[in-house]
Design a protein. Sequence first.
Length: 65
Amino acid sequence: MEYLSVFAYPLAVIAATTNISLLGQAAAKNIARQPEAGGTIQTVFILGAAFIEVLCLLAFVLALM
């Protein structure tokens, strides 16, 4: 069963980086459309990226167990 952890963490990192890049792309598009809402969009982006990173760290901890 330990061989599964070899694949679990890299897959979690790939998923996390893909999702953060898609989130950043959407945030940039929305800020370009509505510059006055840039602060709110940036806040939502940072929160979303933080939640994705927490899930990636959780996958790391589970891969080590």
